[in-house]
Design a protein around this ligand. Structure first.
Ligand SMILES: Nc1ncnc2c1ncn2[C@@H]1O[C@H](COP(=O)(O)OP(=O)(O)OP(=O)(O)O)[C@@H](O)[C@H]1O
Length: 563
């Protein structure tokens, strides 16, 4: 067992005790919560067919699929068969809901937005009348302001805590504020277990964490290119890297840039992208492809910032500010999993470099080489690669840059004018002939009315670009992993399958409406945070969604903040 598994399975008063558990990233928390929940179900009183016994909430769709696959792996030898279903957005609602209602979903893994959607139906609520265990994975994320409302709404539609169901909260980070809200799920006398010493570095000690400080915004792309090139040259054979961007549109830009520029690093360097504006099928397929690959670069937003278990990732790079120190820790935790080695580098501009300074506990040190000379040498490769990146992608990234960094203006010690100047440097670095135009409504929503340096006008909303196969990672695979029905082959690591497929083992019902109008609060946080919005999503007996199209399409008339 890993330390957290040993601790939970030997120090929990019983397998059905309430608990708050902290353990570092990549140390086996998933099994640490699944095993006691399953064991107490198997050894408890008989459980009615068709009822959900164990409900697990996770912040993102990909993590929900991963937990379900792990559950399938654990229960593969049980008879009768255990069904583990999933409920998350981005997949057909009606057929998946029917599979759930017709099936025997003993375990359900769901994202809160979608769980609320389906709990709006009486015939769904009836399946939770005998719930035994509720688990919050990434509990601090699930109980922060972004999700707390959805979690509380879901709980209102479940049997009250007084009916005796077990609550379990797990995460690598337990900020002090969590204790104020954890009573939403746990009894007052819950057991608190941790494998992280108070004075210990919250990240995996064996992971050296570096910072590259880039002189100015205009140097970020050449610096990132030079860093990836240098790291690839040091480890060309199994170069499996995740590069985190700050927003979905920022990640789409990095993906487009490196699809064009990667050949300057290596002719067969595969590029992948994962962010919330891709459709769910592509997200699921890319997740499986990157999980299986031995080398490649995944440009990702925080849809995979927490919990995601990609074997043998040797390097995590973060470009720009993480939303907070916890998010930084979880991103670094995508490497050095299950006892493996790993490295982490964060690339910050001078203005952003405060992050490393104020988070002394993270033990971030300067990158051992000054890469600015190599960055300067990369300028030609980067600028010619940008020539093949379309203007819409650049324009969306520009607006996302403004929207995201606006939330850090105080920390960046700048004002609206200074932020617009930074964004215009960013546009110049993208080889934009002039700063992209911003729709006047968005300028107003961002609070930039009258700020000098912006090109304000009415931007024609181009149709959302079809996300066809890209270079390498996004190419349409053969009849391979991503397309397999959700039946766990039982060979090798459990495989996440897309929602809504198959019955029986691993039959993930993947319910929930397609992305409704995504409520953009301050910037694109990329988690599956659609608020359940009855006006824009199908309701009632398997009804199909009414209302807007998928993410990023801006359809349905409602102005969608473009970042
Ligand atoms: N007892 C074990 N021995 C070896 N490997 C294990 C063991 N338990 C889990 N693992 C493997 O360790 C990896 C990380 O497990 P898991 O994803 O549950 O970590 P985690 O603690 O939940 O990470 P995070 O904090 O990022 O969510 C997985 O590949 C899992 O299969």
């Amino acid at each position: 067992m890993t330390p957290v598994q040993q601790k939970v399975l030997t120090q929990l008063p019983s397998n059905s005790s309430d608990c708050l558990v902290q353990a570092k990233t990549g140390t086996g928390k998933t099994i640490a919560f699944l095993l006691p929940a399953l064991q107490s179900l198997l050894s408890g009183k008989a459980f009615p067919h068709g009822q959900v016994a164990i409900l697990i909430m996770a912040p993102t769709r990909e993590l929900a699929l991963q937990i379900a696959a792990e559950c399938d792996g654990l229960t593969a030898k049980l008879t009768p068969r255990f069904e583990c279903h999933t409920a998350f957005g981005g997949t057909a609602r009606g057929s998946n809901l029917n599979k759930f209602l017709r099936g025997n979903p003993t375990v359900l893994v769901a994202t809160p937005g979608r769980l609320n959607d389906i709990l709006g139906e009486e015939r769904v609520r009836e399946k939770f009348e005998d719930i035994r265990t509720l688990i919050l994975d990434e509990a601090d994320r699930m109980l922060d302001s972004g999700f707390l409302g959805d979690v509380k709404n879901a709980l209102k539609r479940l049997p009250p805590k007084s009916t005796g169901w077990q609550g379990m909260c797990f995460s690598a980070t337990i900020p002090p504020s969590l204790k104020d809200v954890v009573s939403t799920v746990l009894y007052p006398g819950y057991t608190h277990l941790s494998t992280v010493d108070e004075n210990d570095v919250p990240t995996i000690a064996s992971v050296p964490q570096y910072v590259v400080v880039v002189p100015e915004v205009k140097d970020i792309f050449t610096s990132l290119f030079a860093l990836i090139k240098r790291e690839y040259a040091a480890n060309p054979n199994n170069f499996k890297t995740i590069v985190f961007g700050t927003t979905a549109n920022g990640v789409a830009l990095l993906n487009a840039l490196f699809e064009a520029a990667a050949s300057n690093i290596s002719p067969n360097l595969k590029i992948f992208q994962l962010q919330s504006r891709l459709n769910q099928n592509i997200r699921t397929r890319t997740t499986n492809e990157f999980r299986d690959c031995t080398s490649g670069v995944l440009f990702a937003s925080d849809v995979v910032g927490r919990g995601m278990d990609f074997p043998n990732v040797g390097l995590v790079i973060q470009l720009g500010l993480p939303s907070n120190a916890e998010q930084y820790i979880h991103r670094v935790g995508r490497t050095a999993r299950a006892g493996n080695d790993g490295r982490a580098v964060i690339v910050l501009t001078e203005a952003e470099s405060y992050f490393a300074r104020i988070n002394k506990k993270l033990a971030i040190i300067p990158y051992p080489t000054n890469i600015q000379a190599e960055a300067a040498e990369s300028a030609t490769a980067v600028s010619s690669a940008f020539d093949s990146v379309d203007m819409l992608t650049k324009s969306k990234a520009y607006q996302a840059f403004l929207g995201f960094n606006k939330t850090f203006m105080k920390n960046l010690r700048t004002d609206n004018g200074g932020l617009v100047a930074m964004a215009n440097e960013y546009a110049e670095a993208m080889q934009c002939p002039e700063q992209p135009m911003i729709d006047k409504k968005i300028v107003g929503k961002m609070g930039f009315k009258g700020v000098r340096g912006l090109r304000v006008g009415t931007v024609e909303r181009a149709p959302a670009p079809a996300r066809g196969p890209g270079r390498g990672g996004n190419a349409t695979p053969g009849p391979g992993r991503g397309a397999n029905p959700g039946v766990n082959a039982g060979t090798g690591p459990p495989r996440a399958s897309n929602g809504g497929l198959g019955q029986g083992r691993g039959s993930n019902s993947g319910m929930g409406g397609s992305a409704g109008k995504r409520k953009q609060e301050n910037f694109d946080s990329d988690q599956d945070t659609e608020r359940f919005n009855p006006r824009t999503q199908g309701r009632g007996r398997g009804g199909q969604r009414r209302g807007g199209g998928g993410r990023g399409g801006g359809r349905g008339g409602q102005m969608e903040m473009p970042w």
